[in-house]
Design a protein around this ligand. Sequence first.
Ligand code: PEP
Length: 270
Amino acid sequence: MAMTMNDRKKLIVGNWKMNGSLAANQDLLQAIRAGIADLDAAACTVALAVPAPYLAQVQALVAGSALALAAQDLSPHEAGAYTGEVSAAMLKDFGVRYALVGHSERRQYHGETDALVAKKVQRALAAGLTPIVCLGETLPEREAGQTEAVVRRQLAAVIQLNGHCISEVVLAYEPVWAIGTGRTASARQAQAVHAVLRAQLGAASSHAGRIRLLYGGSMNAANAAPLLAQPDIDGGLVGGAALKAPDFLQIIAAACADGGPAMESGVNRQ
Ligand code: PEP
């Protein structure tokens, strides 16, 4: 039976960025676990992208809960003399399921190119991780009317290297001007870009309808519901609000309320 848009299970990913401590993580996880005790795991998925040194701690803290573990980055290399890098296999060792790739802070502060991002996606897929590929335009690019061209270029690089495996990724549209600024894309602006990405995926894969497209950029308890109600917005990548349990729980509630039916097992491993 053909899959409709509503078959995509919502995904909320908290990106802790370079925040946290052993004590703070424990408190945050305790509050989140208590808040999701009644979560209908069939309605939505929640993952936490934590700093690499805390993977073992958070792996233990989420054990037995509906929370999945995510990494914030991974090496494009398999193993070897790459000091400071963390490989996909190491992430797998800690039960990591998702890995952010190409977050705008990596592109901006670490010079990550479209080609490098595509390589990291390939490495993640080869190791059985689901990459969450971050895309988005800067404010000058939006103001110059280049939004569509920028996100299409970023996605094209990933498609070019990964071919039909593109159906195994998650995309996160994150306008750079909305990240950490308190300025959010309107639901209409975000949906318009998501529709462009969906069409591009459709031209590359017959399974484009199952690929989840997240929105990220100052998502919070107040704006989550209208964003998540858009037909091509399948979840959120949440930074600042993921560090405050009450806010994060409200975003999760908005996603799960709007979650739609779960995927058939085997249809989508994400
Ligand atoms: C992010 O880090 O991906 C993000 C969207 O951050 P914030 O929610 O703080 O804008």
